[in-house]
Every structure is written in structure tokens, then in C-alpha cells.
Design a protein around this ligand. Structure first.
Ligand code: HEC
Ligand code: HEC
Ligand code: HEC
Ligand code: HEC
Ligand code: HEC
Ligand code: HEC
Ligand code: HEC
Length: 282
């Protein structure tokens, strides 16, 4: 299985066409793409009875990373599921024993079966209920994940470098900016699926900067950023993505607050909607 290393890369690795980017912080992490093989630890006393599971990691990037890496804060390294203190027991040996040991943490096999299979089942149910004819979900039957005969180990050993810290977003060259640049805390947004912003990304290839497509320095339609003719105008893309979601978040937060009796920690997090909340004073 792959391990995560936090590595520092110089920010100039991220200089792009159009909107210039600078990394305020230099941390990146390696995101394994392609397939990861999940198997019983080789050194354990446990002797695997079934085939290891070839898990297509990238096929799951339409979900928030936290749908699986539920303890990740978006900034530190991602720990493997079997890290000490987590699902460190591969298997709870006796079949009559409950799957949850004293410390309350499920065994690795229990955690995988619950996380993987329950979601595949839920997806199938939801899509059926929504009346879709072709169901796109993962396997629920044993042999779908543990093929018989034994599957080949498939570790793609491919990874992408993902910036973690604050990305500085500036207007494209030639635009006389009226506002300061925007400090965008990338990792704080990993609670959302990558594709909710990188809407053209396939989960495998290099991630293209928004500005490599949304590169027009001026509106080509009206001044209205909702005008379809303005889709490639950089300001329309950013404000329609960033400000729209922040307004929705703000609405949800206010609605939750209006209900009262809600713990402050349980409120949806505040996302800036004021100009100064995003644009630095220039
Ligand atoms: C459907 C579940 C699922 C989703 C969604 C998912 N991952 Fe994973 N990821 C896994 C599993 C399972 C492993 C293998 C874990 C292990 O080795 O214990 C893994 C491994 C990793 C690793 C290597 C960890 C290590 O052990 O070194 C990184 C880094 C990682 N994922 C990042 C991400 C990021 C970033 C996202 C969001 C784009 C994401 N993952 C989405 C399930 C998922
Ligand atoms: C949050 C929901 C979710 C979780 C958690 C999840 N999956 Fe999936 N999985 C899916 C969906 C949806 C698909 C279908 C994706 C597609 O076809 O685009 C899928 C596809 C797959 C496939 C590919 C099937 C094929 O036809 O190629 C495999 C294998 C798979 N998942 C294994 C796993 C394993 C192993 C885990 C746990 C480590 C896991 N999944 C966790 C939702 C999930
Ligand atoms: C959605 C994927 C998925 C499905 C479906 C699934 N498993 Fe697993 N299973 C896993 C993963 C992931 C592991 C941990 C990696 C490994 O050991 O292969 C695992 C581990 C195991 C293990 C411990 C390792 C071994 O080979 O002895 C057993 C036993 C097991 N599963 C039995 C089953 C049985 C029986 C079914 C059907 C009732 C089933 N699994 C269905 C994903 C799945
Ligand atoms: C809330 C929106 C949003 C989310 C969610 C998001 N990103 Fe980004 N990402 C951006 C923006 C904005 C940039 C800055 C580059 C730009 O303006 O195009 C960026 C930059 C990047 C870059 C550097 C691209 C380059 O210019 O070389 C990578 C790689 C990347 N993101 C990957 C990811 C991955 C993987 C995820 C999911 C874990 C993710 N992003 C989640 C908005 C987002
Ligand atoms: C490969 C080119 C490409 C990349 C990269 C890209 N976009 Fe787009 N984007 C498009 C195209 C083409 C459309 C219009 C058609 C569509 O919806 O796909 C669009 C539509 C949009 C829309 C809806 C139209 C609007 O103006 O409201 C938003 C918002 C948006 N993109 C934001 C982003 C953001 C933010 C990023 C980076 C995180 C990004 N895009 C990256 C090509 C791209
Ligand atoms: C899908 C929804 C969504 C999108 C798209 C989005 N944000 Fe956010 N943003 C949030 C949420 C939610 C928070 C609060 C997160 C938290 O505090 O954990 C946030 C927080 C922030 C913060 C405040 C950080 C702090 O320290 O308080 C800034 C700045 C920010 N976003 C900028 C941007 C920019 C710039 C973009 C567009 C490139 C963007 N966001 C796109 C939802 C979004
Ligand atoms: C959620 C974050 C966010 C908020 C809130 C926000 N913007 Fe922006 N804005 C951006 C991003 C990202 C860009 C693209 C980078 C840049 O040009 O600075 C941008 C670009 C601009 C530009 C074009 C570049 C320039 O400086 O002339 C203008 C004008 C602008 N914003 C005005 C505003 C005004 C006025 C407000 C308040 C009503 C506002 N923005 C609120 C994120 C935001």
C-alpha cells in the first residue's frame, strides 16, 4: 500500500498561463490516482482466505475525500486506515465476538465492509428510487470485490501533487485590477468533492487551472456574469463558483442560527461573502 509524504515544492512549479498563481504556503501532498490494492497485512498471523481487493481510488473522487478519510482536516497528511489508534486490528478473530473492540474502533475488515459495501448498496437504492435505468455503483456481492480466482495486485503507483495551503489568485495579466488579489485556502475546501470546482477533471490527469480555460480578460456578452456568453470570462467563473457557494453556505448558517438551540460548533462554517472577506486590501 502507498504511503503519504508531505513534501515541499517551490511555488514557481505552479506558475500558470493567464491568472498568475503563487503559493503562500508550500506544502503539497501526493494523491494516489488509479488503483490501490487493499490486502491483509503480510506480517500478520492472519492468513487471508479471499482475494485481495483492487480498489479504483480515482473512480471515487466524485465524493468528498472525507466521505472515506473521515478524520482528515484537509491540511495534514492523510493517515492510512490501519494507523495505530485507528482501524489497527485487521480482524476480530472470533465470529461470535462483536466487531467493535474495547476502544470502540472497528476492525479494518469491519470498517471496509461497512464503508465500501454500504455505500455501494445505498447508491444502487437511491438510483433505483430515482428511476434510473443503468445503475452506476460498485460491487455488493463478495466476488465483486474478492474475485475468484485470485486477482492480480494492481497498484498504479501514479500520484498527483496537490497544493494544500493558501493559493494566491490574481487577475490575468493586462487586466487593471480594481481589487486586491484573493488568498484561497485550498485545503479548507477539501470537504467538497474536487470535481465540484475542477468540473472538467477526470480524477487521473493533471489538474488544469481554471484560468487555462476561463481566460478571457473581458466579458464578451453583457456585464452580467450570469450571461452565458461570459462563461469564459475569468471573473464570471470565479465569482459564479466562489461567491455562489459562499452565499448558499451563509444562507444555511443563518437558517440554522434562526432555529436557535443549536450548538455553535454544529453550525455550518462561515464562508466570506463580503468583498473584503476574499480580496486582500491592495
Ligand atoms: C471511497 C473511499 C475513498 C475516497 C472517496 C477517497 N479515498 Fe483516499 N484512500 C481510500 C483508501 C481505502 C485508501 C487506502 C488506505 C490505506 O492504505 O489504508 C486511500 C488512500 C489514500 C492516500 C494514501 C494514504 C496512505 O496510506 O499513504 C491518500 C493520500 C488519499 N487516499 C487521498 C485522498 C484524497 C485527497 C481524496 C479526495 C480526492 C480521497 N483520498 C478520496 C479511500 C478513499
Ligand atoms: C461513498 C460511496 C462509496 C464508497 C465509500 C465506496 N464506493 Fe466503490 N463505488 C462507488 C460508486 C458510485 C461506484 C461506481 C463509480 C462509477 O462507475 O463511476 C464505485 C465503484 C467501485 C468499484 C468499481 C466497479 C467497476 O465496475 O469497475 C470497485 C471495485 C469499488 N467501488 C470498490 C470499493 C471499495 C473496495 C471501497 C472501500 C474501500 C469502496 N468502493 C468505497 C461508491 C462508493
Ligand atoms: C465493496 C467491496 C467488498 C465486498 C463486496 C466484500 N468485501 Fe470483504 N473485504 C473488502 C476489503 C477492502 C477488505 C480488506 C482487504 C483484504 O483483506 O482483501 C476485505 C476483507 C475481507 C476478509 C478478510 C481477508 C481475507 O481474505 O480473509 C474476509 C474474510 C472478507 N472480506 C469476506 C467477505 C465476504 C464473505 C464478502 C461477501 C459476503 C465480502 N467480503 C464482500 C471489501 C469487500
Ligand atoms: C472550492 C473549489 C475547489 C475545490 C473543492 C478543490 N480545488 Fe483545487 N483548486 C481550486 C482553485 C481555485 C485553484 C487555483 C488554480 C486556479 O485558479 O485555477 C486550485 C488549484 C489546484 C491544483 C493546482 C493546479 C495548477 O494550477 O497546477 C491542483 C492540482 C488541485 N487544485 C487539485 C485539487 C484536488 C485533488 C481537489 C480535491 C481534493 C481540489 N483541488 C479541490 C479550487 C478548488
Ligand atoms: C478544460 C477547461 C476548463 C477548466 C480547466 C475549468 N473550466 Fe469551468 N467551464 C468550462 C466550460 C467549457 C464551461 C461551460 C460549459 C460547461 O458548463 O461545461 C465552464 C463552466 C463553468 C462555470 C459555469 C458557467 C458560469 O460562468 O457560471 C463555472 C462557475 C466554472 N466553469 C468555474 C470553473 C472553476 C472555478 C474552475 C477551476 C477550479 C474551472 N471552471 C475550470 C471549461 C473549464
Ligand atoms: C462548494 C462551496 C464553496 C466553494 C465553491 C468555495 N468555497 Fe470558500 N468556503 C466554503 C466554506 C464552507 C468555507 C468555510 C470553511 C471552514 O471554515 O471550514 C469557506 C471558506 C473560505 C474562506 C475563509 C477562510 C477562513 O480562514 O475563514 C475563503 C477566503 C474562501 N473560502 C475563498 C474561496 C474562494 C476564493 C473560492 C473560489 C475559488 C471559494 N472559496 C470557493 C465553501 C466554498
Ligand atoms: C468568495 C470569494 C470572493 C468574494 C466574496 C468576492 N470576490 Fe471578487 N474575485 C474573487 C476571485 C477568486 C477573483 C479572481 C482573482 C482576482 O482577479 O483577484 C475575483 C475577481 C474580482 C474582480 C476582477 C479583478 C479586479 O480586481 O478588478 C473584481 C472587480 C471583483 N472580484 C470584485 C468583487 C467585489 C466588488 C466583491 C464584493 C461585492 C467581491 N469581488 C467579492 C473572489 C471573490
Amino acid at each position: 500500500m502507498k504511503r503519504l509524504f508531505l513534501i515541499a515544492v517551490p511555488w514557481f512549479a505552479f506558475v500558470l498561463m493567464g491568472v498568475a498563481l503563487a503559493e503562500d504556503t508550500e506544502a503539497t501532498f501526493k494523491l494516489p490516482t488509479g488503483t490501490i490494492t487493499l490486502e491483509a497485512p503480510q506480517d500478520a498471523e492472519y492468513k487471508a482466505t479471499l482475494s485481495p481487493v483492487n480498489f479504483p481510488h480515482s473512480l471515487h473522487f466524485s465524493y468528498s475525500c472525507q466521505a472515506c478519510h473521515h478524520n482528515w482536516d484537509g491540511n495534514g497528511p492523510i493517515k492510512s486506515c490501519g494507523t495505530s489508534g485507528c482501524h489497527e486490528n485487521f480482524w476480530v478473530p472470533k465470529p461470535d465476538q462483536a466487531d467493535v473492540p474495547e476502544n470502540g474502533v472497528k476492525s479494518m475488515v469491519g470498517a471496509f465492509h461497512q464503508a465500501c459495501r454500504d455505500c455501494h448498496r445505498k447508491e444502487a437504492d437511491q438510483q433505483k428510487a430515482a428511476g434510473s435505468k443503468s445503475i452506476a455503483t460498485g460491487p455488493v456481492a463478495c466476488a465483486g470485490c474478492h474475485p475468484d480466482p485470485h486477482s492480480q495486485i494492481e497498484n498504479s503507483d501514479t500520484a498527483l501533487s496537490i497544493p494544500l495551503g493558501v493559493i494566491n489568485i490574481e487577475a490575468p495579466e493586462g487586466v487593471e485590477a480594481t481589487r486586491g488579489s484573493v488568498g484561497f485556502p485550498h485545503g479548507l475546501h477539501f470537504q467538497f468533492a474536487c470535481k465540484s470546482c475542477h468540473h472538467d477533471w477526470d480524477g487521473e490527469s493533471e489538474v488544469e487551472a481554471c484560468s487555462s480555460c476561463h481566460s478571457e480578460p473581458e466579458p464578451s456578452g453583457t456585464r452580467n456574469i450570469k450571461d452565458e456568453a461570459n462563461q469564459m470570462y475569468y471573473l464570471a467563473a470565479y465569482h459564479n463558483a466562489c461567491v455562489t457557494c459562499h452565499r448558499d453556505t451563509d444562507k444555511k448558517r443563518k437558517a440554522a442560527m434562526a432555529q436557535g438551540n443549536i450548538d455553535k460548533a454544529d453550525l455550518p462554517k462561515a464562508a466570506p461573502v463580503n468583498c473584503k472577506g476574499c480580496h486582500r486590501s491592495s
